[in-house]
Design a protein around this ligand. Structure first.
Ligand SMILES: Nc1ncnc2c1ncn2[C@@H]1O[C@H](COP(=O)(O)OP(=O)(O)O)[C@@H](O)[C@H]1O
Ligand SMILES: [Mg+2]
Length: 271
């Protein structure tokens, strides 16, 4: 049985201006320890779908099961990381942020600080345990957010363009770090991105969505050995294939700007 089953998920936003389809009937499943990227043009419903999986939004139709059980709302079996640096608590240190979920779980102070430090070590930030978020760079804040999401040991890690607001070089470093973290923790990851190179670097499988109103267009396995070399021929071939999968949509939807999908592999030679 797959760990996450997404069955006919749809969502309609009711707004003062009318009804907006957020997701239009998505179906797929994810195995335990699999790294899955959700890719699609801006506005297709990636964030909506991730928020439904997180349990922050209730679908208008369909069902999501985790470990065979239908979800109802958010639970501690899922850790979430967003794009926004402001997701950390500004009044708590890095350690305090990472320990937060454990505090909610009622873990004793000494134990939760030990676990939090271990998570900070995993994202290479143990030296900054007592720093406040405003003293940390964007990349460091996102690493704290990852450590916080992992601290209470959720089975599933959900990430919505966590590195999209970072500069290209930092983003490359963060992708590498996340690949290491995943190799060590073997969490099931659902990772939203509109960057095709990022998806090929990180994913076991890429789920390509159609333009709005989004549903699953195709699923592409990425079979490259890790660590992956973004400059290798095989890597570029996978990237081209994904761009073709996405590009066909753009040809069919001439009104959509072509640069909604990030083609860049800038800074990759650094790795
Ligand atoms: N809170 C909201 N209220 C109304 N419409 C929304 C809301 N959030 C997203 N939408 C709409 O739902 C669609 C999917 O949005 P979103 O999930 O944010 O896409 P993506 O993350 O792929 O860019 C878009 O048409 C967007 O305008
Ligand atoms: Mg989004």
């Amino acid at each position: 049985m797959p760990q996450i089953e997404i069955e006919d998920i749809s969502l309609v936003y009711d707004t003062p201006a009318g009804r907006v389809q957020g997701v239009a009937g998505a179906n797929f499943s994810i195995e335990a320890s699999e790294f899955v990227c959700l890719v699609g043009p801006s506005g297709c419903g990636k964030s909506t779908l991730l928020n439904i999986i997180a349990g922050f939004l209730a679908p208008s139709g369909g069902e999501i099961r985790i470990g065979g059980k239908p979800i109802s709302g958010h639970g501690m079996d899922r850790g979430v990381v967003f794009q926004d640096f402001a997701q950390l608590f500004p009044w708590r240190t890095a350690l305090g942020n990472v320990a937060f979920g454990l505090e909610m779980k009622g873990v004793a102070k000494a134990e939760r600080e030990e676990i939090a430090l271990e998570q900070l070590r995993l994202v290479k930030l143990e030296k900054f345990a007592h720093a406040y978020p405003h003293h940390l760079s964007g990349g460091m804040q996102q690493r704290v957010a990852i450590a916080r999401a992992l601290a209470y040991n959720p089975a599933v890690l959900l990430m919505d363009e966590p590195f999209a607001a970072l500069d290209a070089l930092t983003r490359d470093d963060m992708q590498k770090l996340l690949a290491d973290v995943w190799r060590e923790t073997r969490k099931t990851v659902v990772y939203v991105t509109h960057n095709v190179a990022e998806a090929v670097y990180l994913a076991d499988r890429v789920i390509v969505m159609t333009p709005h109103p989004g549903t699953v267009k195709t699923q592409v396995p990425i079979t490259l050995d890790r660590p992956r070399d973004p400059l290798s021929v095989a890597f570029l071939e996978h990237q081209k294939q994904l761009l073709r999968d996405l590009g066909q949509q753009h040809i069919a939807h001439e009104t959509e700007p072509h640069d909604q999908v990030d083609h860049s592999i800038n800074g990759r030679s650094k790795r």
